[in-house]
Design a protein around this ligand. Sequence first.
Ligand SMILES: NC(=O)c1ccc[n+]([C@@H]2O[C@H](COP(=O)([O-])OP(=O)(O)OC[C@H]3O[C@@H](n4cnc5c(N)ncnc54)[C@H](O)[C@@H]3O)[C@@H](O)[C@H]2O)c1
Length: 349
Amino acid sequence: MPTHDEQNEALIRAWNDRVGGALRDVQVCVTGGAGFIGGHLCDALVSLGARVTILDDLSNSDTRHVGALIDRAPEHVRFIQGSILDPGALGEAMDGVSRVFHLAALGSVPKSVEQPERTWLVNATGTMRVLKAAQQAGATRVIYSASSSAYGNNPTLPKREDMAPEPESPYAAAKFAGESLCRSWAKCYGVDTVCLRYFNIFGTRQAADSAYAAVIPAFIKRWVHGQAPTIFGEGGQTRDFTHVSNAVLANLLGAANEIPLGGEVVNIGAGVKTSVNELASMIQSRMGIDGLNPEHAPERIGEVRDSVADISRAKALIGYEPITDLEDGLATTVDWYDAALRDEREGAA
Ligand SMILES: NC(=O)c1ccc[n+]([C@@H]2O[C@H](COP(=O)([O-])OP(=O)(O)OC[C@H]3O[C@@H](n4cnc5c(N)ncnc54)[C@H](O)[C@@H]3O)[C@@H](O)[C@H]2O)c1
């Protein structure tokens, strides 16, 4: 099995093969760059020679990863702690940039049900402010992190971009509004945009400790602590679990593409349907856990039943094809969390 460093080098080669020198010395802004996907994207951008300004208010992250990135490439990384709702911080972050990767958002569906106005403010109004700031700075493209939650509970599979959107939570509604704003900025203000509808992105450094934790780190954390994980519902619900390196690739392709993308929406998934029960047993066997089978709790409001992406439009428009499959992505992710969480447990003991 290759080491973590060898795997990172292989990923950098894969990204480089697909975008070459297109981002070398290009000035970019990454909103939400201290977060999970944003952090991985910043790693890739720095490795490909881009000059990166990160704007993040640290409401769901900290500076550990950003700090390490600055230590690694001080000439290439600038960090601004601020909100996408603050025009001053946006203006500073976007000064001189030509590409904007917009990832900052409140990411939790259950929290959006509790706090719909806050969710709308950050995820919809915030996206408009990012677009306005990008326009004022003369940026040529905004690459928007959209969400497959736009499809709602429509039973048709796989999900295709020409299906009518049916957002079922304030989170989904606000993320979908962000797509409409991106399209309108491409049509009315000459800022080219593309919307990447992610399907359940997973990987290292995803927060494992919130009540709304993504399912993979949440499962691993419970098992590391000798506890059975909880599955909401009976576990037959399916998702298109997509390794973060694929989401990063989609962003890089969205930025490097020379052809106007006109606000188009593309699905970014692996294109494979996996049930939560199947996922749990893959993790359990990778960790070598005997017993402690998942327990079931009532399903959560606003969550969709089944989801898998048709990724043909992303392939046609930006040349996207996944570079890491579920098995490989899960192996590195499980091993990374297993080690990190065991260290944390021993440190706390
Ligand atoms: N993780 C997934 O599976 C997934 C799926 C679909 C869509 N997305 C979208 O991808 C993007 C990144 O998600 P993630 O999983 O990395 O989440 P994350 O919470 O790890 O990252 C989001 C970052 O945005 C920052 N942020 C929040 N509000 C902000 C504000 N007002 N101003 C500046 N920064 C702010 C947070 O501090 C955090 O660092 C989000 O837009 C999310 O909606 C993620």
